[in-house]
Design a binder for this molecule. Structure first.
Ligand code: AGP
Length: 598
């Protein structure tokens, strides 16, 4: 994943570090900066979060105009150590990189082992550049020759003592943007978010773009051709996010769900559903294919039930990392929907590219405007969840599923297959989401107290049936990513086909027991586990005394109201367990918010 920034100007250390803080969601195994001024060179790399880098470089003062690059790492090749942290250095140049250089071993074989300090794939770039510079004696030509030799994915920034005024950049399958302020100064970063406050126009580079930025000019090339540069206005309303009194972003984002959902619905719900942003005949598709990763995949899986129940349309859900390497036979008349919070997830993006080549019509459901997936899709719907900073997705999940639910109603409307009664019932239920997603104080307190009983054991099963089954998957994913407990989501009816063999008091079962779908069947499955001594916690509105523990949700008649109130419970439960274990729920180990490598 990794986040990169580059800057030319004064206050360079502070600017680079501020930019990296905004990119910490992309990885926080280590970070580093390199700054070149007329008479000075500063390089600092530290393991762990950006605050370590800030502390380690606190004594460095630089008032001159300088060039600099900064990197926050999510390790792919080589452990998170100071040596493996970026920038990587050669004799006279420094490089940072987001992506994977797939042929780095091959390239390394051509060079002396003594050159290499790190175990990373990235380091090869700086040595290649220096070899090429020694041959060609021209920085841009040397950089061009270097990137030609690379295979894989990359966003690269490189600076060199040979000029001390240029930042070289290249992009292939990893995001990179260049921003400009009113004075014509440039800034480079993996995302708009990391640009300084005064940056007001931006270009998102295309694959194959490379070039050089200096203080007040920029040269951009693709395929040896010089490219025209068309900057777009950058919305000054930066998606800036603070904790607003909450201790963790995850907690803030759980509580925010009831308000951001109003933005998701705004102008889209009246006596019918409308998506004014769509310019296509949604009723013409013979089927739907949805592709996503992680939590977005779980939202997609849940939506399959809604598309089939409400829109009566065949719907297939694909895990992006699997789909991209299959030889799929896809319905050419299908609508292909990519779901992504970040709009940057590499596997989802690659699938989108693949199906576009096959000629399918594509729609993105995404939270980040201008992201790669939004830009590449034929059409897009924004979830409007606001900036999500916690690595564990919460509000992006509820807003994604709400959009997909609304889309299923919209298709049914356009196909003229939804009765007035059902349409009215669904719209009423959607409009009530605001209150369903509110977090009752008493519920949070109950979950906090109960969480201390679930800090040991040999694992968790989250079980449910029907549309609640993907929610069980999401509950398990949430718990494992922040508590590091083994947790598995399972269809309750499948437990007796194998996993029930694990049942004993140290096996914790979190059972979703809605009244709206397959209530009796689910209850029987829970009883089977109780009979085999599993420790069971029921989340539901009835059967308080059936199992060891009970987390009560309000009584709702609509399945999606039960679904979303259980979502809140699962999010809080995983957070409270993780907090009791002393984990940083916003930045769990080994993870990053945006997975821009495969
Ligand atoms: C879950 O909490 C994670 N954040 C992760 O599974 C995430 O949903 C996945 O990486 C997909 O990200 P995206 O929605 O930005 O594409």
């Amino acid at each position: 994943m990794c986040g990169i920034v580059g800057y030319i100007g004064k206050d360079i250390k502070e600017t680079l570090i501020d930019g990296l803080k905004e990119l910490e969601y992309r990885g926080y195994d280590s970070s580093g900066i390199a700054i070149l001024s007329k008479n000075d060179l500063f390089i600092k790399k530290t393991v762990g979060k950006i605050e370590n880098l800030e502390l380690a470089s606190k004594d460095y003062v630089n008032t001159e105009k300088s060039i600099g690059i900064g990197h926050t790492r999510w390790a792919t090749h080589g452990k998170p150590t100071d040596i493996n942290a970026h920038p990587h250095l050669g004799e006279f140049s420094f490089v940072i990189h987001n992506g994977i250089i797939e042929n780095f071993q091959e390239l390394k074989k051509e060079m002396s082992d003594d050159l290499f300090l790190s175990q990373t794939d990235t380091e090869v770039i700086v040595h290649l550049f220096e070899n090429n510079f020694n041959k060609l004696n021209d920085e841009l030509e040397a950089f061009k020759a270097t990137i030609k030799m690379l295979r894989g994915s990359y966003a690269i920034l490189l600076i060199s003592k040979t000029s001390k005024e240029n930042i070289y950049f290249a992009k292939l399958n990893s995001p990179l943007a260049i921003g400009k302020n009113d004075n014509g100064n440039y800034s480079l970063a993996s995302s708009d978010l990391a640009m300084q406050e005064d940056i007001n126009s931006i270009i998102h580079l295309d694959d194959g773009d490379y070039g050089v930025v200096c203080e007040d000019s920029i040269s951009l090339f693709n395929n040896e051709e010089k490219k025209n540069i068309a900057f777009k206005t950058l919305n000054s309303n930066k998606l800036f996010s603070q904790k607003e009194g909450y201790k963790f972003f995850m907690e803030k984002e759980i509580y925010e769900q009831s308000t951001v959902i109003c933005d998701t619905l705004a102008s889209r719900v009246s006596d019918k559903i409308s998506f004014d942003e769509l310019n296509m005949d949604i009723s013409k598709f013979s089927s739907i294919i949805i592709c996503a990763c992680g939590t977005s995949y779980n939202a997609a899986l849940s939506s399959k039930y809604l598309f089939e129940q409400i829109a009566k349309i065949s719907t297939n859900i694909e895990i992006a990392s699997e789909l991209r390497y299959r030889e799929p036979v896809l319905d050419k008349n299908a609508l292909f929907i990519s779901i992504s919070q970040s709009g940057e997830t590499a596997d989802t993006l690659e699938c989108l590219k693949m199906v576009k080549k096959m000629g399918l019509k594509t729609l993105a459901v995404c939270n980040v405007d201008n992201s790669a997936i939004v830009r590449l899709s034929d059409e897009y719907i924004l979830t409007r969840a606001g900036f999500e900073k916690g690595v564990a997705s919460t509000k992006s999940f509820t807003t994604q599923l709400t959009i997909l639910w609304m889309l299923s109603i919209f298709i049914a409307q356009e196909k003229n297959i939804i009765s007035d009664e059902l349409l009215e019932k669904e719209i009423k239920a959607i409009l009530e989401l605001y209150s369903v997603l509110e977090v009752p104080k008493i519920l949070h307190e109950k979950i906090h107290k109960l969480s201390k009983r679930y800090l040991h054991g040999h694992g968790f099963f989250f079980i449910a049936r029907d549309i609640f089954y993907p929610l069980a998957l999401e509950g398990a994913l949430k718990l494992k990513e922040i508590s590091y407990f083994h947790a598995e989501g399972y269809p309750a009816g499948e437990m007796k086909h194998g996993p029930i063999a694990l049942a004993d008091p140290e096996l914790f079962t979190i059972a979703l027991l809605p009244r709206s779908r397959l209530y009796e069947k689910m209850k029987s499955n829970i009883q089977e586990l109780i009979a085999r001594d599993s420790t069971v916690c029921i989340i539901g509105s009835s059967d308080k005394d059936l199992a060891d523990d009970f987390i009560e949700i309000k009584e709702y008649s609509h399945q999606m109201h039960e679904y979303f109130s259980m979502t809140i419970v699962l999010q809080l439960l995983s957070m409270e367990i993780a907090l009791r274990l002393g984990h940083d729920v916003d930045m769990p180990r080994n993870l990053a918010k945006s997975v821009t490598v495969e």
